[in-house]
Write a protein that binds this ligand. Sequence first.
Ligand SMILES: NC(=O)c1ccc[n+]([C@@H]2O[C@H](COP(=O)([O-])OP(=O)(O)OC[C@H]3O[C@@H](n4cnc5c(N)ncnc54)[C@H](OP(=O)(O)O)[C@@H]3O)[C@@H](O)[C@H]2O)c1
Length: 239
Amino acid sequence: MSTDQKVALITGASQGIGAGLVKGFLERGYRVVANSRTIKPDAFGSPDVLTVAGDVSDLQAAERIVAAAIDHFGRIDTLVNNAGIFISKPFVDYAEADFAAMLSVNLAGFFHLSQRVARRMLERGTGHIVNLTAALAEQPQKAVPAALAALTKGGLNAVTRSLAIEFADRGVRVNAVAPGVIKTPMHAVRTHKILAGLQPVGRLGEIQEVVDAVLYLEAAAFVTGEILHVDGGAHAGRW
Ligand SMILES: NC(=O)c1ccc[n+]([C@@H]2O[C@H](COP(=O)([O-])OP(=O)(O)OC[C@H]3O[C@@H](n4cnc5c(N)ncnc54)[C@H](OP(=O)(O)O)[C@@H]3O)[C@@H](O)[C@H]2O)c1
C-alpha cells in the first residue's frame, strides 16, 4: 500500500472522543488505525481505517497494534493516547481493583504504546503524540471526588512536558488535551444536567470541540509540551 499519506493511530476509538477523532483525522486526509478492546472490523466502513482490537494495558496487545499499523500502512505519524477510564469515588472508598484498572489503562496503556511508537518516530525524525488527560487533574472539584483520575491524568500531563523536552530537537512533538466534562457515553444521560451545572460555562463539552483541539495541535508545528484545556474555563480558576 502507498505510504505517502499520513497515518494516525488512535486508541479507545470505538465510541466517544476516540470515534470522533477517527472521523476528524479521516476528514483531514489521514489513514487511521483505530483501536479499542471491542472495536468491530467494519466500525468505520472505510478502506482508510484499519481497526485493531486489543487492550492497551497489555504489552503484547500494544505490540500487536503497532505491528498491524506498520504492516498495513507502513508508517505511524501521529499517536493519540485516548483510551482511558474514569472512576469517581471518595479516596478512602477506592478498591485495589479500581487502582489497578486506572493505572493499567491510563498509564501502562500510555507507556506501552508511546514507547513503541516513539522509537519509530525518533528513527524517522518526525511524529506527534497527543495524550488525552483531564481538567480534573489540575482543577479538582469537591462534588466529583476523583483522586485516581488526578493521579493518572496528572501523570500524563507531567510526562507530556517531560517527553516534549526530551524529543524537542529530534522532530517529535508531544502535547495533551485536557477535557472538562464532555458529552460521551462515559457519562449517563441522566447525569448530564447536574454535570452541566458544575461547569463554569454551564454546559457540557461536545466531542467535536475536543477533536478540533487535537487537530489544532496536529497542525501546530511550533507547539510542543502544551496542555490544551478544552474545559469551558474550569482550569482558569474558581467559579
Ligand atoms: N468524557 C469526558 O467527560 C472526559 C473528561 C476528561 C477526560 N476524558 C478522557 O478522554 C478520553 C476519551 O473519553 P471518552 O469520554 O470518549 O470515553 P468513553 O466514551 O468511555 O470511551 C472510552 C473508549 O476507550 C476504549 N477503552 C477503554 N479501555 C480500553 C483499553 N484498556 N484498551 C483499549 N481501549 C479501551 C473503549 O472501548 P472498548 O470498551 O471497546 O475498549 C472506548 O472506545 C479518555 O482518556 C478520558 O479519560 C474524557
